[in-house]
Design a protein around this ligand. Structure first.
Ligand SMILES: [Zn+2]
Length: 478
């Protein structure tokens, strides 16, 4: 038997490495990658459309869009697969493999809905925008599916802060996916002169989609991308924030509010990187992996409560003590304090003895579990929401493990809002943003349901499956 030299025969496809880029006249240079493997454990993926020949098709062709999406799905598996606990699977409703639909209709958006990940297209100022052509968008949506596998209880939670953590996890998925590539690690070290906190190609999410949205809604997104993880947004209890704001300000809208957590995460990667022996591309790869591991550990173990960011932060610090002897504690505390996710007193309270005392509950945590585990039903009057019957919401009310909270801008700690207030505030915000589908039979005479087709409905009002009356359920994360 003759051994063929592998490299000479390995077929490749052309792909973008992170995004088409924010200037449609000067798109990023496509690069050759090996034909991606999708059916890999623990997160097998598939694409609904038929696979074209890997024949080196370039931007603007269906074949190119297919292989960019496939490459991104494969990279999502490589990014998260090694970090999740053994036995982690997609949410049962997803099925064995997560299926991507690359041409789901006309819109500038994408979403995950437990049936798959859906990518839309639109033409803006003569430019064809396909969301599946951005690795950052594909990795963001796949990130929602990964977090849903780890923590299905977050899906239906009526809480701005848990929804925003889902969005942050999506952007972190895109960041860690980009940092899987040697070429992008080298590029970002050059662009930031080794200071990963700075704005860079990998901190700027979905530059092309951002450009397209900006043409019609100039203040809805950042000036150079959709969202930037290099930011200084400071924590406020989202119950106190407006339901929507221009991109330059923080609102309770989950994508907007996600920037507080994703901003801290970028600083954590930067801090862990500074602590590596060598500040080279390998050291950056290692830093990204360490930070991703601590996040996975934390979301599996953290109870779902109001002031959820603080709980996840505390569990990342605890995970570092358990895994690394607390080696990165200073980087973690500093990033969470700079974004107000932990108050000074909270950050100082997560000591080694405190973590050791609570260790049992943390290490026994398993991914998955029942969708309703830890959710506390809260029933509100339907009339004030324009529906005909009482309405049940799922409030975040698990038992807190660490008595910690975010910073009050005036000093000290924020007092976490009670779960009922978190849930009703979330519902009000959904209506104020026109994001709830209300079927005609449930509308009262004073209904204010928004029927505009341009508002993606992330939630719907349905007959309750567990009790009397109606319930708010999530359809998707976009
Ligand atoms: Zn999202």
């Amino acid at each position: 038997m003759t051994v063929q030299p592998q490299q000479a025969t390995m077929p490749t496809v052309l792909v973008f490495e992170d995004d088409p880029g924010g200037d449609p006249l000067h798109i990023n240079m496509p690069v050759p990658h090996p034909v991606p493997q999708l059916d890999t454990q623990p997160f097998p993926t598939a694409i609904a459309e038929t696979a074209p020949q890997p024949n080196g098709a370039g931007p603007g062709t269906e074949a190119f869009r297919y292989w960019v999406a496939a490459d991104s799905l494969g990279r999502a598996g490589q990014t998260w697969g090694p970090l999740v606990p053994a036995g982690t699977k997609w949410h049962p409703q997803v099925g064995r493999a997560l299926t991507a639909h690359l041409n789901a209709g006309d819109d500038l958006n994408a979403f995950y809905d437990r049936k798959g990940v859906w990518f839309f297209r639109s033409t803006v100022a003569g430019v064809n925008i396909a969301a599946c052509e951005s690795n950052e968008v594909v990795l963001h949506e796949t990130g929602h599916a990964v977090l849903d596998a780890l923590r299905p209880q977050l899906f239906n939670m009526a809480s701005a802060e848990t929804a925003a953590l889902h969005e942050a996890f999506g952007d972190i998925s895109a960041l860690l996916g980009s940092l899987q590539l040697d070429s992008l690690r080298i590029a970002v070290l050059g662009e930031t002169h080794g200071n990963l906190e700075l704005s860079s190609r990998v901190s700027r999410m979905a530059e092309q989609l951002g450009w397209a949205i900006r043409q019609g809604a100039p203040s809805a997104v950042d000036p150079d991308c959709l969202r930037n993880m290099a930011n200084n947004f400071f924590y406020r209890d989202p119950v106190l924030l407006s339901p929507s704001e221009p991109a330059s300000r923080l609102s309770s809208e989950p994508h907007s509010f996600s920037r507080v957590f994703s901003g801290a995460f970028l600083k954590i990667v930067a801090g862990i990187f500074r602590q590596q022996d060598l500040q080279d591309q390998a050291g950056l790869g290692r830093a990204a992996e360490i930070a991703g591991q601590l996040l996975v550990d934390a979301v599996v173990a953290a109870p779902v409560v109001s002031a959820y960011y603080a709980q996840v932060a505390g569990h990342m610090i605890a995970a570092d003590q358990r895994r690394n002897g607390g080696m990165y504690g200073q980087s973690l505390r500093s990033a969470f304090i700079r974004h107000g996710i932990l108050s000074l007193e909270s950050a100082a309270s997560i000591t080694e003895p405190e973590v050791a005392r609570r260790n049992a509950g943390i290490t026994e945590a398993m991914p998955g579990g029942g969708d309703e585990e830890g959710l506390t039903p809260v029933t509100v009057q339907g009339t004030i929401y324009g529906v005909t019957q009482p309405l049940t919401l799922s409030a975040p009310a698990q038992e807190r493990r660490f008595g910690i909270a975010g910073s009050d801008p005036a000093g000290g700690s924020v007092r976490p809002s009670d779960p009922e207030r978190v849930a009703t505030s979330f519902l009000e915000d959904l209506f104020r943003r026109g994001r709830v589908q209300v079927p005609a039979e449930h509308r009262s005479a004073t209904s204010f349901a928004d029927d505009s087709p341009s508002r993606l409905k992330t939630h719907e009002i349905t007959r309750s499956t567990t009790g009397e009356g109606l319930a708010l359920v999530r359809r998707c994360f976009d």
